[in-house]
Ligand binder design. Sequence first.
Ligand SMILES: Nc1ncnc2c1ncn2[C@@H]1O[C@H](COP(=O)(O)OP(=O)(O)OP(=O)(O)O)[C@@H](O)[C@H]1O
Length: 307
Amino acid sequence: MSGNRNVSIYLIWRVGEKIMEIEIKDLSKAYRPEKPVLSGINLEFRPPSIVGLIGPNGAGKTTFMKILVRQILASTGSIKIDGTDISKSENDLKNHLGYLPQEFGLYEELTVYQFLDYMALLKGLGLEKEKRIKNCIEKTGLSEKKNSRIRTLSGGQKQRVGIAQALLNDPELLIVDEPTVGLDPAERVRFRNLLAENANHRLVLLSTHIIEDVESICNRLIVLYRGEILFDGNPVELIKKAAGHVGVLDSDCEAGPDIETDCIVTSRLITETGAQYRIVGDKLPSGIKPVIPSLEDAYMYLITQSG
Ligand SMILES: Nc1ncnc2c1ncn2[C@@H]1O[C@H](COP(=O)(O)OP(=O)(O)OP(=O)(O)O)[C@@H](O)[C@H]1O
């Protein structure tokens, strides 16, 4: 895969013998005609895969996900499932979809079990309902909390309830929108491990602006910036692009080093003699010591190069 913006989007996954294919082509969205939020979105997905969708605030990640789950409609472009337009195969999509939105309203007075029971009902789970609820409670480490009211749970535990409800129908396509926001570092690690453990055969689409989340569990990365795809590929490929464009500079000056405008300081480490600045840019300042880029450096390099 490459960063080519003009390739069609295909989401393909297998369900036993069944092959499902979703094709998204030339997708765009404008909430207001003069201000497109997404434009010319074309991608390709193949399961099993955990795909990280990253980009700054307002890049269009949530909008993209909402369009995929049919919460809102695209302005132009098409989404097809097995060659059939999504508008004609909506039920099929819903049967295969698990979704954890960014703002997920939980019924605070219900217990974890009651809430999942209610969600299972909404999802139309039949005879297998109880088994699936039990399975999801176990998978998400909520066994001890199953009879606790949701309002008594921590933020991380609530997010686990969110993932549990998304997994109820054992979906092939799992879409999670910024699930680790607001979690402390330890809970964030637990949550992303949970996601990775439950990826199995699925295609997981994870939106985040926390690079570490992507780095540790995603085998594919899509960078969205101002509604367009800047990069689509393996995280290692992105890191390669930043080679030679990251370095560290020791400075005893409190105001920091004097750097070119196309360079940015991504971090500052206090040292015994002053500070060490990590700098990313096209033309690094003289005297800088080149270092191997991290994924975060590579992401910052990509974004700065895009103005
Ligand atoms: N319902 C709406 N009506 C009008 N504009 C909207 C609406 N929803 C989102 N937008 C705008 O669309 C743009 C993209 O928003 P979106 O939420 O998709 O971005 P995002 O990448 O998910 O951002 P964040 O990381 O902050 O969640 C923003 O400029 C936002 O203000």
